[in-house]
Every structure is written in structure tokens, then in C-alpha cells.
Write a protein that binds this ligand. Sequence first.
Ligand SMILES: [Mg+2]
Length: 352
Amino acid sequence: MKCENSINYNRQKYTLIINPCSGNKDCNLILHKIQNFLGDIDVKITEKKGDASAFAKNSKADVVIVAGGDGTINEVINGLMEKKLAKTLKSDFSTSVFTGGQVEKSGLKKTDPSPQGENATSLLTGGRFSFYKPMNTKEIKPNNIPRLAIIPIGTSNMVARAFNIPKNIDKAILLIQQNRRKDLDIGRANNRYFAIACGVGIDAEMYKNVEPKIKKMFGEVAYPLSLLKAIFNYKPKLLQINVNGNKYFGYYVLVCNIAKFQNILQILPDSKYDDGFFDVLILQKKELPDLLRYLFGIATTQVYKFKDVVCVKATSLEITSEEPVIAHADAEIIGKTPIKLKMYEKAIEVIC
Ligand SMILES: [Mg+2]
């Protein structure tokens, strides 16, 4: 894990993306403080879903600062990854498409950021064979998109916790000034990118049923309340997990990118967010006592020792089921199975 020292932060350009709906903090005060510390910055205030992602994608700054919670961070990560992959594909096409000794444009659009485009291996163009160099996740340059900085004003602030970013606004701004950076792997579940985890099964049901009013009034308490509801209402369905050439079966899958959040929660003790691997947890039983045991195991960093829990490291995997099963990425519902997952190693730099 690298942690580079400060470069001249006075020359940095910043885009600040504020979600005024996150938590209960005074956004004007935050804005005032950030402008005091960092000077003239490009300020973007979100009004609706999707704004944060678009602001991040269009940012021309060196650093995108998110003043918000994990939902806003997830949107910004999606915007940054779309920007990164569009750039990578563009430069990849300029060097790697050959036809009979001549460089020729391929049939794909140059800026096509779609998953199908980036996974392409060969194309037929005008009756001749073209070779498209498959994108290796390690080829993605870490510095070609803005770095991510966080002012944690959300409900849970799990990403900020993983990077030890303080909730105190002055201290968080000081970190941004210091400009020390760590790499963060990013996962993709179908068409959605995520920083923390993708879950298929009961925790997606929990996130689906969280009451926004309770979350706003009581904060994190909203999650265990919603989980209780899910435990008694959710009917587990068998999932098939295709990973590393093997097939596994279970009733709940958690694909972790970040699995340690300071001393609050450590799901897996050896998990790293910059090693290029997901930590995949497959829980194989479905009865209520088993579910409660798994929850206890997750809360106490013991779940990986259970005999009916499979833990595997993977860079890609697929989760399928006969009946569709709900899935989330970073607590955002992304649809139902089948879910394809892919790892992007060291895709984003986080200032921390
Ligand atoms: Mg990892």
C-alpha cells in the first residue's frame, strides 16, 4: 500500500460536490470553511440522483471533493470510472488496432465506455481481421482522472472510516491540503461501479427497505431496523457462484472490496482495498439461526472461520439463480441476478 507525500497543493484545482441532503450538517458552513482553506474552488450542489456522477465525470480539476455520504461517493466513483474508461479506451485505440500491417480504426466507437467495448478481444472490420488489445485492469493509469477527497457528512461514512478520514470538518480539510494519497480498487457489478461491496440476497433486501425518514432522524439505527424486517420477510433463494473456474452454491453472497472500517467493523482481517482482489463470502445455509450466527460472525470478524462459509479471492465472478434475487452495490439497489462482477485494480486515488 502506497502513501505518497504532499505535492504543492496550492496548484491543485478542486471541484467540490456537495449533497445538501446528506446527514444533518450545515452545508453553508462547510462551503465557507473549504473556501477559507482551499481558496477559489468549483462548487457543484446536487439536486437530484445522478447529479454527483455527472459533476464528477465532467470535472477538469485535479481533485474532486465529496461533501456527502457513501451514496454520493458511490455516484462520484461511477462518474470518475466512466471518465477513466472513456480516456483509456480512447488512448488504447490509438495504439493497438492493426490490420494487415496498417493501423486502422475499428468498428467500436472510440469513446465507447461500455463494458462490452472494453472486454472486446477481436473485431472484423471491412472483411479484414482487426486485433483489439484487451484492456488489462493494471494498464489503467492511476493519475488520469481527478483524485477523490471526502468530507464525511453522511449517515454511516463507511468509505471515510476505511481511510481514517475524520468526521471533524476542519481536520478533513487539513487532510485534503496535505494531499497524501492511497490507491483504491474499484469493482463493477453489471453496469454499476462500487467501492465497498456488492451483496446479493438479504442485505440488498435490507437496503431496499430502509426508511429515508428514519435514516434522516435516527441515522444508522435505520439499518438494523430494516434488517430485522428483512430477516422475517425475506425468502432466501439458492445462488450459484461461478468463480475461478469453480461453482459454489449458497443463499447469500457478499463481494467485498473494502472489508475493514477502523475499529467499527472488520468483516475479514486480511482484506485489502488495493490488492486487486475481491474477497467473496458465500454463506451456505438459509435458516434463521444460521442467519443470526452469520450476522454475529460478521460483526465479530469470525465469519470466515465458519465451516458453512466459503471465502475466495477473485478478480471476476458471476452470480446466477433460477429465481431472480435482489442485489446492491454500495447500498444502491442495482437490480436482480444474474450479476457479473469485475475488479479494477488501483483505479482511484483517495486523499487521506
Ligand atoms: Mg481486495
